[in-house]
Design a protein around this ligand. Structure first.
Ligand code: HEM
Length: 248
Protein backbone atom coordinates (compact mmCIF):
# COMPACT_ATOMS: atom_id res chain seq x y z
CA UNK A 1 0.00 0.00 0.00
CA UNK A 2 2.86 2.30 0.88
CA UNK A 3 4.41 1.67 -2.53
CA UNK A 4 1.12 2.51 -4.27
CA UNK A 5 0.96 5.87 -2.52
CA UNK A 6 4.51 6.62 -3.52
CA UNK A 7 3.91 5.87 -7.17
CA UNK A 8 3.90 9.46 -8.24
CA UNK A 9 6.19 11.11 -5.80
CA UNK A 10 3.51 11.50 -3.22
CA UNK A 11 4.40 11.35 0.47
CA UNK A 12 1.88 9.41 2.53
CA UNK A 13 -0.97 11.48 3.81
CA UNK A 14 -0.01 14.32 1.50
CA UNK A 15 -2.39 13.30 -1.29
CA UNK A 16 -5.56 14.50 0.43
CA UNK A 17 -3.97 17.69 1.60
CA UNK A 18 -2.66 18.31 -1.91
CA UNK A 19 -6.10 17.66 -3.37
CA UNK A 20 -7.62 20.14 -0.94
CA UNK A 21 -4.98 22.72 -1.77
CA UNK A 22 -4.78 22.28 -5.56
CA UNK A 23 -7.59 20.04 -6.65
CA UNK A 24 -10.52 22.41 -6.96
CA UNK A 25 -11.47 22.31 -10.64
CA UNK A 26 -13.32 25.59 -10.34
CA UNK A 27 -10.27 27.68 -9.52
CA UNK A 28 -6.53 27.40 -9.64
CA UNK A 29 -6.13 28.84 -6.19
CA UNK A 30 -2.83 27.00 -5.73
CA UNK A 31 -1.56 29.67 -3.39
CA UNK A 32 -3.11 32.67 -1.66
CA UNK A 33 -1.30 34.89 -4.17
CA UNK A 34 -3.02 33.46 -7.26
CA UNK A 35 -6.82 33.53 -7.32
CA UNK A 36 -7.84 33.59 -10.97
CA UNK A 37 -10.86 31.44 -11.89
CA UNK A 38 -9.59 28.53 -13.99
CA UNK A 39 -12.32 28.79 -16.70
CA UNK A 40 -11.31 32.42 -17.24
CA UNK A 41 -7.65 31.50 -17.69
CA UNK A 42 -8.37 28.54 -19.98
CA UNK A 43 -10.87 30.63 -21.97
CA UNK A 44 -8.39 33.48 -22.41
CA UNK A 45 -5.68 31.03 -23.49
CA UNK A 46 -7.98 29.25 -25.95
CA UNK A 47 -9.20 32.60 -27.33
CA UNK A 48 -5.65 33.81 -27.91
CA UNK A 49 -4.71 30.56 -29.59
CA UNK A 50 -7.78 30.67 -31.83
CA UNK A 51 -6.93 34.27 -32.80
CA UNK A 52 -3.34 33.32 -33.59
CA UNK A 53 -4.39 30.33 -35.67
CA UNK A 54 -7.09 32.35 -37.45
CA UNK A 55 -4.62 35.08 -38.35
CA UNK A 56 -2.07 32.55 -39.58
CA UNK A 57 -4.65 30.73 -41.70
CA UNK A 58 -5.86 34.03 -43.13
CA UNK A 59 -2.26 34.99 -43.93
CA UNK A 60 -1.62 31.64 -45.60
CA UNK A 61 -4.80 31.96 -47.61
CA UNK A 62 -3.68 35.40 -48.82
CA UNK A 63 -6.55 37.20 -47.05
CA UNK A 64 -4.24 39.38 -44.97
CA UNK A 65 -0.56 40.19 -45.12
CA UNK A 66 1.47 39.52 -42.00
CA UNK A 67 5.14 40.28 -42.45
CA UNK A 68 7.38 38.55 -39.91
CA UNK A 69 10.62 40.47 -39.46
CA UNK A 70 13.41 37.94 -39.39
CA UNK A 71 16.85 39.37 -38.63
CA UNK A 72 19.91 38.18 -40.53
CA UNK A 73 22.19 35.66 -38.92
CA UNK A 74 21.50 32.46 -37.09
CA UNK A 75 21.03 33.68 -33.51
CA UNK A 76 17.43 32.54 -33.28
CA UNK A 77 18.41 29.11 -34.58
CA UNK A 78 21.23 28.77 -32.03
CA UNK A 79 19.12 30.04 -29.12
CA UNK A 80 16.24 27.79 -30.11
CA UNK A 81 18.48 24.73 -30.24
CA UNK A 82 20.05 25.60 -26.90
CA UNK A 83 16.56 25.97 -25.41
CA UNK A 84 15.57 22.63 -27.00
CA UNK A 85 18.47 20.75 -25.44
CA UNK A 86 17.93 22.36 -22.01
CA UNK A 87 14.17 21.69 -22.28
CA UNK A 88 15.00 18.05 -22.95
CA UNK A 89 17.32 17.96 -19.93
CA UNK A 90 14.61 19.47 -17.71
CA UNK A 91 11.98 17.05 -19.05
CA UNK A 92 14.29 14.07 -18.51
CA UNK A 93 15.11 15.25 -14.98
CA UNK A 94 11.39 15.73 -14.23
CA UNK A 95 10.61 12.14 -15.23
CA UNK A 96 13.72 10.78 -13.50
CA UNK A 97 12.99 12.73 -10.35
CA UNK A 98 9.42 11.43 -10.23
CA UNK A 99 10.69 7.88 -10.68
CA UNK A 100 13.47 8.29 -8.12
CA UNK A 101 11.06 9.58 -5.52
CA UNK A 102 8.36 7.03 -6.28
CA UNK A 103 10.81 4.15 -5.93
CA UNK A 104 12.20 5.70 -2.74
CA UNK A 105 15.69 5.51 -4.31
CA UNK A 106 15.88 9.30 -4.06
CA UNK A 107 15.19 9.44 -0.33
CA UNK A 108 18.79 10.23 0.49
CA UNK A 109 18.88 13.12 -1.98
CA UNK A 110 16.08 15.28 -0.68
CA UNK A 111 13.39 15.08 1.99
CA UNK A 112 10.27 13.38 0.68
CA UNK A 113 8.16 16.38 1.66
CA UNK A 114 10.07 18.58 -0.81
CA UNK A 115 9.96 16.21 -3.74
CA UNK A 116 6.53 17.20 -5.10
CA UNK A 117 7.57 20.85 -5.26
CA UNK A 118 10.86 20.04 -6.96
CA UNK A 119 9.15 17.72 -9.46
CA UNK A 120 6.58 20.43 -10.26
CA UNK A 121 9.22 23.15 -10.55
CA UNK A 122 11.32 21.07 -12.95
CA UNK A 123 8.34 20.38 -15.20
CA UNK A 124 7.42 24.09 -15.29
CA UNK A 125 11.01 24.97 -16.26
CA UNK A 126 10.98 22.29 -18.97
CA UNK A 127 7.71 23.59 -20.41
CA UNK A 128 8.89 27.21 -20.39
CA UNK A 129 12.09 26.20 -22.19
CA UNK A 130 10.16 24.10 -24.73
CA UNK A 131 7.90 27.09 -25.42
CA UNK A 132 10.96 29.33 -25.89
CA UNK A 133 12.51 26.67 -28.16
CA UNK A 134 9.42 26.68 -30.41
CA UNK A 135 8.73 30.44 -30.37
CA UNK A 136 12.36 31.32 -31.22
CA UNK A 137 12.06 29.27 -34.41
CA UNK A 138 9.55 31.81 -35.73
CA UNK A 139 12.32 34.43 -35.73
CA UNK A 140 14.74 32.27 -37.70
CA UNK A 141 15.23 33.14 -41.34
CA UNK A 142 16.30 29.65 -42.46
CA UNK A 143 13.30 27.49 -41.46
CA UNK A 144 10.78 30.39 -41.68
CA UNK A 145 8.24 28.82 -39.32
CA UNK A 146 4.97 30.58 -38.54
CA UNK A 147 2.50 30.05 -35.68
CA UNK A 148 0.77 27.21 -37.51
CA UNK A 149 4.03 25.28 -37.96
CA UNK A 150 4.78 25.64 -34.26
CA UNK A 151 1.30 24.86 -32.93
CA UNK A 152 -0.01 22.17 -35.29
CA UNK A 153 1.90 18.87 -35.43
CA UNK A 154 3.28 17.55 -38.72
CA UNK A 155 2.68 20.63 -40.91
CA UNK A 156 6.10 22.31 -40.56
CA UNK A 157 8.06 22.83 -43.78
CA UNK A 158 11.23 21.46 -42.13
CA UNK A 159 11.45 17.75 -41.16
CA UNK A 160 7.65 17.66 -40.60
CA UNK A 161 7.40 14.24 -38.94
CA UNK A 162 10.38 14.66 -36.63
CA UNK A 163 9.30 18.19 -35.69
CA UNK A 164 5.68 17.03 -35.27
CA UNK A 165 6.82 14.52 -32.65
CA UNK A 166 8.23 17.42 -30.64
CA UNK A 167 4.96 19.35 -30.90
CA UNK A 168 2.97 16.32 -29.69
CA UNK A 169 5.50 15.78 -26.86
CA UNK A 170 5.06 19.41 -25.79
CA UNK A 171 1.25 19.06 -25.73
CA UNK A 172 1.45 15.86 -23.70
CA UNK A 173 3.81 17.51 -21.21
CA UNK A 174 1.40 20.46 -20.99
CA UNK A 175 -1.55 18.16 -20.29
CA UNK A 176 0.41 16.37 -17.55
CA UNK A 177 1.41 19.69 -16.00
CA UNK A 178 -2.11 21.08 -16.24
CA UNK A 179 -3.50 17.99 -14.53
CA UNK A 180 -1.74 19.04 -11.32
CA UNK A 181 -4.44 21.68 -10.88
CA UNK A 182 -7.31 19.42 -11.86
CA UNK A 183 -6.47 16.63 -9.48
CA UNK A 184 -9.61 16.94 -7.39
CA UNK A 185 -11.77 16.90 -10.51
CA UNK A 186 -9.91 14.01 -12.19
CA UNK A 187 -9.81 11.86 -9.06
CA UNK A 188 -6.77 9.82 -8.07
CA UNK A 189 -7.18 7.20 -10.82
CA UNK A 190 -7.80 9.73 -13.57
CA UNK A 191 -4.93 11.87 -12.43
CA UNK A 192 -2.59 8.88 -12.39
CA UNK A 193 -3.69 7.90 -15.90
CA UNK A 194 -2.99 11.42 -17.15
CA UNK A 195 0.34 11.45 -15.30
CA UNK A 196 1.34 8.34 -17.20
CA UNK A 197 1.39 10.46 -20.37
CA UNK A 198 4.74 11.77 -19.17
CA UNK A 199 6.31 8.54 -20.46
CA UNK A 200 5.14 8.95 -24.09
CA UNK A 201 5.98 12.67 -23.78
CA UNK A 202 9.54 11.80 -22.80
CA UNK A 203 9.84 9.08 -25.48
CA UNK A 204 8.54 11.37 -28.24
CA UNK A 205 10.81 14.23 -27.11
CA UNK A 206 13.80 11.85 -27.28
CA UNK A 207 12.88 10.71 -30.80
CA UNK A 208 12.23 14.31 -31.79
CA UNK A 209 15.64 15.51 -30.59
CA UNK A 210 17.36 12.58 -32.27
CA UNK A 211 15.59 12.92 -35.62
CA UNK A 212 14.92 16.67 -35.93
CA UNK A 213 18.06 18.08 -34.35
CA UNK A 214 21.11 19.28 -36.25
CA UNK A 215 23.22 17.75 -33.50
CA UNK A 216 21.28 14.47 -33.48
CA UNK A 217 24.37 12.71 -34.84
CA UNK A 218 26.81 14.33 -32.39
CA UNK A 219 28.32 11.90 -29.91
CA UNK A 220 27.73 14.07 -26.82
CA UNK A 221 24.04 14.51 -27.58
CA UNK A 222 23.54 10.87 -28.49
CA UNK A 223 25.21 9.95 -25.18
CA UNK A 224 22.77 12.28 -23.37
CA UNK A 225 19.71 10.73 -25.08
CA UNK A 226 21.01 7.24 -24.39
CA UNK A 227 21.79 7.99 -20.74
CA UNK A 228 18.43 9.67 -20.09
CA UNK A 229 16.41 6.98 -21.89
CA UNK A 230 18.43 4.20 -20.21
CA UNK A 231 17.91 5.64 -16.73
CA UNK A 232 14.18 6.17 -17.31
CA UNK A 233 13.81 2.60 -18.59
CA UNK A 234 15.80 1.13 -15.72
CA UNK A 235 13.93 3.05 -13.01
CA UNK A 236 10.56 2.27 -14.65
CA UNK A 237 11.35 -1.47 -14.58
CA UNK A 238 12.55 -1.15 -10.98
CA UNK A 239 9.35 0.61 -9.99
CA UNK A 240 7.11 -1.85 -11.80
CA UNK A 241 8.88 -4.77 -10.07
CA UNK A 242 8.62 -3.13 -6.63
CA UNK A 243 4.87 -2.57 -7.12
CA UNK A 244 4.40 -6.15 -8.28
CA UNK A 245 6.36 -7.62 -5.37
CA UNK A 246 4.49 -5.40 -2.87
CA UNK A 247 1.19 -6.69 -4.26
CA UNK A 248 2.11 -10.38 -4.18
C1 HEM B 1 8.85 18.72 -25.09
C2 HEM B 1 9.11 19.59 -26.03
C3 HEM B 1 10.38 19.63 -26.85
C4 HEM B 1 11.64 19.22 -26.52
C5 HEM B 1 12.12 18.61 -25.21
C6 HEM B 1 12.48 19.48 -27.68
C7 HEM B 1 13.83 19.20 -27.74
C8 HEM B 1 14.60 19.33 -28.87
C9 HEM B 1 15.98 18.93 -28.98
C10 HEM B 1 16.79 18.32 -27.85
C11 HEM B 1 16.39 19.20 -30.24
C12 HEM B 1 17.78 18.92 -30.83
C13 HEM B 1 18.62 20.19 -30.86
C14 HEM B 1 19.91 19.99 -31.64
O1 HEM B 1 20.19 18.87 -32.08
O2 HEM B 1 20.65 20.97 -31.78
C15 HEM B 1 15.27 19.76 -30.95
C16 HEM B 1 15.28 20.17 -32.27
C17 HEM B 1 14.24 20.80 -32.90
N1 HEM B 1 13.00 21.08 -32.38
FE1 HEM B 1 12.36 20.58 -30.54
N2 HEM B 1 11.71 20.04 -28.65
C18 HEM B 1 10.42 20.14 -28.19
C19 HEM B 1 9.34 20.69 -28.84
C20 HEM B 1 9.40 21.30 -30.08
C21 HEM B 1 8.32 22.04 -30.68
C22 HEM B 1 6.95 22.30 -30.04
C23 HEM B 1 8.76 22.48 -31.87
C24 HEM B 1 7.95 23.34 -32.78
C25 HEM B 1 8.04 23.43 -34.03
C26 HEM B 1 10.13 22.00 -32.06
C27 HEM B 1 10.94 22.21 -33.16
C28 HEM B 1 12.24 21.75 -33.32
C29 HEM B 1 13.05 21.91 -34.52
C30 HEM B 1 12.63 22.60 -35.83
C31 HEM B 1 14.28 21.31 -34.26
C32 HEM B 1 15.48 21.21 -35.21
C33 HEM B 1 16.53 22.22 -34.77
C34 HEM B 1 17.91 21.70 -35.11
O3 HEM B 1 18.21 21.54 -36.28
O4 HEM B 1 18.68 21.44 -34.20
N3 HEM B 1 10.50 21.29 -30.93
N4 HEM B 1 14.19 19.84 -30.10
Amino acid sequence: MLRRNLLFCEPQGRGDAETRRHGDAGSIAASPRLRVPAPLLWGAGAGLLALLLGLTLAARGGLITVAIERPDGHWFWYFSRTAGVTAYLALALTVLWGLLASTAVGDGLVARARCVDLHRWLSAVGLALAAAHAILLVGDGYVQFDALDVLVPFVAPYRPVAVGLGVVAAYLALVVYGSLWLRGWLGQRGWRAVHFLSFPAFGLATLHGLLAGTDGGALWLRALYLLAAGLVLWLSCYRALSVLSAES
